[in-house]
Structure formats: structure tokens, C-alpha cells
Ligand binder design. Structure first.
Ligand code: FES
Ligand SMILES: [Fe+2]
Length: 355
């Protein structure tokens, strides 16, 4: 399979209104347009007549109209010329889905799994995209380790001074990697502790799975009171989707779900949705800013002084190339046993790895 054969996240649904929008997916220019009945079409963003960008055009009925000589194209690519009505042509069209507030695009007619990560009892608070000035590998690396949470993040993350107490476990199978970190959370302000229903000592457990069709990490972030073991009143599930724009840039799509044990509709989360959205986005913007500042954006791991927190990166690269890009490369050395299923909370075994 090639990169466009997967359900790549392309754009927030709310950003596609009456005007067509041009996006780039793995180097391919695609025009997205919403017909008058609300259906989304996706075509190669080059007019078959004289190569004008269709994203500079407009929508009429069920068609996107080229601004240059007025050719009209339906969502399945059928094109007609107003100047030469007997002339027909076909533009390359893509399959489109809208879900979780996001428009997803893949090559037409290819079988691909669609991400399914909503959980009962969780409420979606935000779906947003960010452009990372870094290649796909470096973006995945960032979202698959939490060593950076001690410094890069403000609202959540491990206590930098106690990072050595944090455990990190990795399992993998042919198609995914499964990670879990557990350790002391950085100090939390008293009013936040009150909202979360936590004492002074807080344990942060993050469990995440990274899959490659499309490239995605689904992370569950859980806070609990270290002394009583009681879970916080708010829990998070975050879907992170990584779509290469080109070799240097990556679209990061974040879908955040929350669960609350407070009474009322969705435990009050719906009421405070704008606040949670702003807080979540401010944390992702910190990741994006950090990625932009990496001095050398070579995607190779050669020559790096990798730590125990980095042991998943080689496993991810192998799956990224094989599953997402359809390229078979030599397998990296596995750390820990290969497991057929995600980590069950009771079955964590620390793999051996040099500190
Ligand atoms: S270039 Fe599109 S109609 Fe001529
Ligand atoms: Fe981060």
C-alpha cells in the first residue's frame, strides 16, 4: 500500500464551507469541496483542461467549477466543458469520509481500516489540526515518548526531578506498538487538584497504542491519587493522527475526548468545552513549537544518544515503512516480547533495556 491508500486526516470539517479548500497529502495536491447538499468531494487539485488549481474555483450545485474556463467536476471526477459541451473528461477522485469533526481522504476504491477510537461515556471536546515543521518520523517520535512532558508541557506531565521513578513499558506486534508510562505527576495547583478530586501526590499513567493505517496514536491519560489510588474525576482519551504534507512537514490532527464523574449532562464537560479545547490546544502548540526548533531533521536514529524512553522509535519506523508506505526494510531488534494484543493493566512486564 502507498501513503494515500490509508484514511489520512486532511482538514477539520468546520473549515470546509462554501469555498473549496486545497490540501496536500503526502505531496499530492487535493481539492476538497462541499456540494450544496453537504457532501464532500475530493479531487486532484489540477484541472484536466489547462492545469488550473481547482481550489481557486467555486462550488455550483454538486460540482466544483474551475475558475479559468469554467469546466465543472462532480465529486466522482466527471468533468464537462461549457465551451465545448460535447467534450468530457475525468479528474482523479478520492474517497472521503467525515467523522470526529475531521475530513478523511484516501485513494478511491482501496480497502483500508477506518480508525475507531471513541469510547462510551466519553465526550469529544475538540478536533483540531496543526502543521508541524518536521518530517513524519520526528513527529511520531515526539508523541510516543513522555520524557519531554517534564519540560515541554505545563498542565500535564511527569515531574522532571522524579523522572527516574517513571516506568516505561513497550510491547509490539506486526501492526502496532503498545506503550505505558507510570510515575509521579509534576506538582498541580490546589484548585486543579480540587477540580480533579486529588490529593497532593498524583500518579500519572499514560497508555498509548500507535498504529499505521492511518498513522495514529490513541492515548489514554489517567491521573490518580497516589495515596488512596482513587482516579481523578476527569479522564482523557486523545487521538493523534499524523498525515505527511510533504517530506518536511506533517499535519497533526488531535481529537480529544473527556470523561467526567461529576453529575449532569456529560459531567459538565460540555459546559466547559471551550476551556478544555483551549487548554488542550495550548499543550499541542508546545509540541509543535519544539518540533520546529529541532536542529537536524534527519529521520535516522543513527548517532543519537537514545535513552530508555526512546526504545519505541525503531519499532515505529519499521511499521511506518512497511504498513503505511508499503516498503519492507530490515526489522529492528525487538525490546521485550512480541505480544498479539494491547497491554492489559494487570500484565505489565518491564522489558529489559539499558537505562
Ligand atoms: S484550466 Fe480549468 S477550465 Fe481551463
Ligand atoms: Fe507532548
Amino acid at each position: 500500500m502507498g501513503q494515500l491508500d490509508h484514511w489520512n486526516a486532511a482538514l477539520e470539517s468546520r473549515k470546509l464551507k462554501r469555498k473549496p479548500v486545497g490540501v496536500k497529502i503526502a505531496g499530492q495536491d487535493v481539492v476538497l469541496f462541499r456540494t450544496e447538499t453537504g457532501q464532500v468531494g475530493a479531487l486532484d487539485d489540477v484541472c484536466i483542461h489547462r492545469r488550473m488549481r481547482l481550489s481557486c474555483g467555486h462550488v455550483e450545485g454538486a460540482c466544483v467549477v474551475c475558475p479559468y474556463h469554467g469546466w465543472k467536476f462532480t465529486a466522482d471526477g466527471q468533468g464537462t466543458s461549457p465551451g465545448t459541451p460535447r467534450m468530457h473528461g475525468e479528474a482523479v477522485s478520492f474517497d472521503v469520509r467525515e467523522a470526529y469533526g475531521i475530513i478523511w481522504v484516501k485513494a478511491a476504491g482501496v480497502d483500508a481500516e477506518f480508525p475507531d477510537f471513541a469510547l462510551p461515556g466519553y465526550y469529544r471536546v475538540t478536533s483540531d489540526t496543526f502543521t508541524a515543521e518536521a518530517p513524519l518520523e520526528l513527529v511520531i517520535d515526539n508523541f510516543c515518548e513522555l520524557e519531554h512532558s517534564g519540560t515541554t508541557h505545563v498542565l500535564f506531565g511527569y515531574d522532571l526531578d522524579r523522572m527516574h521513578e517513571m516506568t516505561f513499558d513497550v510491547r509490539s506486534d506486526e501492526h502496532a506498538t503498545y506503550c505505558r508510562t507510570v510515575g509521579p505527576h509534576k506538582p498541580i495547583a490546589w484548585f486543579q487538584r480540587k477540580v480533579f478530586g486529588l490529593g497532593k501526590e498524583v500518579t500519572f499513567t499514560s497508555t498509548w497504542t500507535t498504529r499505521f493505517s492511518p498513522v495514529q496514536t490513541i492515548a489514554d491519560h489517567a491521573l490518580s491519587d497516589t495515596v488512596t489510588g482513587r482516579p481523578a474525576r476527569l479522564q482523557w482519551r486523545v487521538g493523534e493522527f499524523y498525515t505527511p504534507i510533504d517530506a518536511e512537514r506533517t499535519l497533526v490532527t488531535i481529537v480529544v475526548f473527556m470523561k467526567s464523574s461529576y453529575p449532569g449532562t456529560h459531567g459538565g464537560i460540555r459546559l466547559f468545552k471551550p476551556v478544555f479545547k483551549r487548554l488542550a490546544n495550548s499543550e499541542i502548540e508546545r509540541d509543535i513549537a519544539m518540533l520546529a526548533s529541532i536542529a537536524d531533521k534527519d529521520t535516522s536514529l543513527e548517532g543519537m544518544r537514545l535513552s530508555r524512553f526512546d526504545k519505541v522509535h525503531a519499532l515505529n519506523r519499521e511499521r511506518l515503512n512497511r504498513v503505511y508506505r508499503g516498503i519492507e526494510l530490515p526489522r529492528p531488534v525487538m525490546h521485550g516480547p512480541i505480544m498479539p494484543s494491547p497491554i492489559a493493566p494487570s500484565s505489565i512486564v518491564s522489558p529489559t533495556f539499558d537505562a
